[in-house]
Write a protein of this length. Structure first.
Length: 344
């Protein structure tokens, strides 16, 4: 009888500790899903490449395989986090809401009960950003999109992805999350630099406006920023800094600055790592001296051996979906990132 009572007490203690951990810690992440397109041709955008008749020969079989591989990554992320829930996950390079619905319904993810925030943007290829979240931890209150207006390319209009702003309650704290996919470096880093400055300027304007009205609210900027932590768009325009102890009220803390200085990255090009995928935290999410429930604890670039090219020209790069037009049975050309937040 005593043995049974001891086992019951131990089991209850274990459950209690798990519930406590879930209540006191959460993770927020970001993942570039690399061209997650369905197989249907949308006449409103240039997605013909990702159709069965297109250059990529994008069939239902390949689409389902891609979904399964992305689900495997998300499942592995949660396994690494153990009892800390991945409560929020920003995503980019998604064609529409349907592909996110197909992803969260995958057998490896359906028990997570992930909800979706998505808005169509004007990108010519039809790629958007979105937010996946667990409704037991995050309650969506409002969603808004902000276009990034770029100077024309001659007579042709330049169009890029919108910034997605999601207002909600993360447990008991008001939070604002912007999900981003900033203009790429295609055409040259210097030529396109002003475009990313404009994206940073809009994010800073959004954040400053929020902090003036809601000083206790947390603000998170996440995304594939197509710039590294030490680039001017982040340091000067967005005021994203490396040291949490040197922040002024409206600055951002960039925890991935340290990863970048160590030579780590989320994607590789010409045998050089870049850390374009980042999560930035408003100053009041970094120190216990300020109000608010959630505080930064740690960050990580998530990679597992199965996500990495084992040989060939791209050895040690993220295992991408395609090599040219040949299906590579990969995951993404980016590694995901996440931060863990503690509750005060």
């Amino acid at each position: 009888m005593r043995a049974k009572s001891f086992l019951l007490l131990s089991f209850c203690s274990l459950i209690s500790s798990l519930v406590s951990a879930q209540a006191n810690q959460i993770a927020i992440g970001f993942y570039n899903l690399e061209n997650l397109f369905d197989t249907q041709n949308d006449p409103q955008v240039f997605d013909e490449e990702f159709t069965p008749e297109g250059e990529k020969n994008w069939t239902e079989e390949k689409y389902q395989d891609k979904l399964g591989r992305l689900a495997k990554v998300l499942q592995a992320m949660q396994a690494e986090l153990k009892d800390i829930p991945l409560a929020l996950l920003g995503v980019c390079e998604i064609e529409n809401q349907k592909v996110l619905e197909d992803l969260v319904r995958h057998p490896n993810l359906k028990d997570k009960y992930l909800k979706i925030v998505h808005r169509d943007s004007r990108d010519v290829r039809g790629v958007d950003v979105g937010l996946l979240y667990r409704s037991e931890f995050f309650q969506v209150l409002q969603v808004k999109s902000y276009p990034i207006h770029l100077p024309p390319d001659g007579e042709r209009e330049r169009i890029t992805r919108d910034i997605l702003l999601v207002k909600g309650m993360l447990k008991n704290q008001l939070m604002f999350i912007t999900v981003n996919h900033w203009p790429s470096r295609r055409g040259g880093e210097l030529l396109t630099k002003p475009f990313r400055f404009e994206a940073a300027r809009i994010n800073k304007h959004i954040s400053d406006s929020i902090r003036q009205i809601h000083p206790d609210a947390g603000v998170v900027v996440m995304g594939d920023l197509n710039d590294n932590p030490d680039d001017a768009s982040l340091r000067l325009s967005l005021k994203a800094k490396a040291g949490a102890d040197r922040l002024e009220d409206f600055d951002f803390y960039n925890p991935f600055f340290e990863n970048y200085k160590k030579g780590e990255g989320t994607g590789a090009f010409n045998d050089s790592w870049g850390l374009f995928d980042q999560i930035l935290l408003s100053s009041n999410l970094t120190t216990n001296k300020t109000t608010g429930q959630w505080k930064y604890k740690s960050d990580r670039i998530f990679r597992r051996p199965f996500m990495v090219e084992r040989d060939g020209h791209y050895k040690n790069y993220p295992k991408r979906t395609f090599s040219g037009n040949i299906y590579n049975y990969g995951y993404s050309d980016h590694f995901p990132v996440y931060c863990i937040l503690n509750s005060k």
